[in-house]
Ligand binder design. Structure first.
Ligand code: ZN
Length: 195
């Protein structure tokens, strides 16, 4: 385990501890095993530096740790070019900080760092696990079945229940998020479309 990824985990732990909605949602582990994942890059990580001016004080330590860990993280893209297009794939990525297949291992809680660049339409999708989105920087319009669309700004959050379809559109700034999952289906990927 690299020091950079350990710093991301530690900064995330502090953010969860100090943020009631995150603390309440997740059973955040104190001491977890780490695993050696091979670092992989995605084109969009070059965009992350651009969020610097939009990060509130409360999220700054985590943001700096994420930037430092870019070369060490196993960046992923759940979707194929056929599903979302090349433009989207060039501006999107995430890594699993904590979870069944994450840099740190847990079968109770999954945590992702994910970003989407400006002007993207993340189409409707769903997954069995319950989800809490927490915005670290930028903003985006979040939509979920049965709810009015909401623009989330830094430190705002949105909860998705099990298999509740949701979608997201970024505006001029793009968005950097901290995402928590819990419950059944923790290890499964999201599916495009409606449940
Ligand atoms: Zn989701």
């Amino acid at each position: 385990m690299t020091t950079a990824l350990r710093s991301v985990f530690d900064a995330a732990s502090v953010l969860v501890r100090d943020t009631p909605e995150l603390r309440t949602f997740s059973d955040w582990p104190v001491d977890v095993p780490s695993s050696q994942l091979t670092p992989t890059d995605v084109p969009g990580t070059a965009l992350l530096e651009g969020f610097r001016d939009q990060v509130p004080e409360q999220a700054l330590a985590l943001f700096e740790a994420i930037l430092a860990a870019i070369p060490e993280a196993e960046w992923r893209q759940t979707y194929s070019e056929d599903e979302v297009g090349r433009h989207f794939l060039d501006r999107y990525g995430y890594f699993e900080l904590l979870g069944p297949s994450g840099h740190f291992r847990s079968d109770e809680t999954r945590a992702f760092i994910g970003f989407w660049g400006a002007g993207l339409e993340y189409d409707w999708h769903h997954h069995e696990a319950e989800e809490l989105y927490f915005v670290l920087a930028g903003e985006a319009v979040f939509e979920a079945e049965g709810m009015q669309p909401r623009t989330l700004k830094p430190l705002d959050h949105q909860l998705h229940t099990s298999n509740q379809p949701h979608a997201m559109n970024t505006l001029d700034s793009g968005v950097l998020t901290f995402v928590l999952w819990r419950g059944a289906g923790l290890g499964n990927p999201p599916q495009m479309g409606f449940a």
